[in-house]
Design a protein around this ligand. Structure first.
Ligand SMILES: CC(C)(COP(=O)(O)OP(=O)(O)OC[C@H]1O[C@@H](n2cnc3c(N)ncnc32)[C@H](O)[C@@H]1OP(=O)(O)O)[C@@H](O)C(=O)NCCC(=O)NCCS
Length: 325
């Protein structure tokens, strides 16, 4: 018995900020951003657009594809680091907005790896009771946690949501292997220190900019390359696959140079690597489910396709999920 994805959906805010728009308020250039990151534009939540609103719409689209009504959902998991509020969870807001009245709901915090953590948890539930239907969502409004005066971070991130519905199957398909890792000793390299209970809202904390993403890009880059390479190899071993057998590699979209490094390491052609970082930038927990939905709707995934997903993020956290679609 294994867990398969029976529906995908995503919701991207309409408002677009092109690299050229950023040139107007920070000392950067379209050329620098493209060559160092692969990003060309990103979408930003507009007035009144919330994390839970994006997540709900992505979930509706996934449910529609799965042919399920909200009442049939047993559990809603939302991976996010930018919830609407401290309490309640985004998952509860989504559960209510959908009318998923028979579902449990919770958020999980594992930054950019959050969606893969969510898939791994859902897989455990489904192995225990295969008839369950679980929504796993990655959703972020990072634009509200970015310092738009800090060129080293504001060019990188974007907003959006992606969702999948999982259930059990007895066919020879589904999640084959999962691997999760963390190293909290390196948390300072990528963080949002403020607005939690350690640094609550005070004028001093806001003055220090603790409400914003802070990142040592160069160090994070080094660790990300190393961890992603290692977890990719671990995933192949866990699944019993060779690199060239992968039909679609879906890495977290943080930096095109990292993705290219992994592609070369796996010996994959460009068509076998899903890339949309140019359009959306780094949407953290939303990046892989948005990519999966776009790949699915573009007809790149067929039953049995070998899909490998890998992610790395603040914490640090990293992980992989290998599945036969
Ligand atoms: C952020 C990142 C794109 C920066 O690229 P980089 O090649 O490492 O660049 P550096 O940080 O070394 O900076 C190089 C120079 O560009 C400058 N720079 C930084 N941001 C810039 C920008 N937006 N525009 C122009 N110049 C910029 C720096 O100030 C530095 O200048 P200096 O050499 O005069 O000091 C890259 O480090 C990265 O992608 N890191 C990992 C992000 C990631 O994977 N996150 C995953 C978890 S979400």
């Amino acid at each position: 018995m294994a867990s398969i994805i029976i529906g995908t959906g995503s919701k991207i805010p309409e408002k677009v900020i092109h690299n050229k728009d950023l040139e107007r308020f920070v000392n950067t250039s379209d050329e620098w951003i493209r060559t160092r990151t692969g990003i060309v534009e990103r979408h930003i939540a507009g007035e009144g657009e919330t994390n839970s609103g994006l997540a709900t719409e992505a979930a509706r689209r996934a449910l529609e594809m799965a042919g399920l009504s909200p009442e049939e959902i047993d559990l809603v998991i939302v991976a996010t680091l930018t919830p609407d509020m401290q309490m309640p969870s985004v998952a509860c807001l989504v559960q209510n907005a959908l009318g998923a009245k028979n579902a449990g709901a919770f958020d999980l915090s594992a930054t950019c790896s959050g969606f893969l953590y969510g898939l791994t948890i859902a897989d455990q539930f489904i192995r225990h009771k295969p008839s369950q239907k679980i929504l796993v969502i990655g959703s972020e409004v990072l634009s509200k946690r970015v310092n738009w005066q800090d060129r080293s971070t504001c060019v990188l991130f974007g907003d959006g949501a992606g969702a999948v519905v999982l259930t059990g199957t007895s066919e020879d398909r589904g999640i084959v292997s999962t691997h999760l890792h963390a190293d909290g000793s390196l948390w300072e390299l990528l963080n949002i220190k403020g607005l939690g209970t350690k640094y609550p809202v005070t004028p001093e904390i806001l003055e220090k900019g603790y409400q914003f993403i802070e990142m040592n890009g160069r160090e994070v880059f080094k660790h990300a390359v190393r961890a992603l390479e290692s977890v990719t190899m671990e995933a192949l071993e866990g699944a019993g696959w060779r690199g060239e057998e992968i039909d679609l590699f879906v890495p977290h979209q943080a930096n095109m140079r990292i993705i290219e490094h992994l592609r070369n390491r796996l010996g994959l052609s460009r068509e076998k690597v899903f890339i949309n970082i140019d359009k959306y930038g780094n949407t953290s927990a939303a990046s892989i489910p948005i990519a999966l939905d776009e790949a699915n709707r573009a007809g790149l995934l067929e039953p049995g396709s070998k899909v490998l997903m890998v992610a790395f993020g603040g914490g640090f956290t990293w992980g992989s999920v290998a599945m036969k679609w």
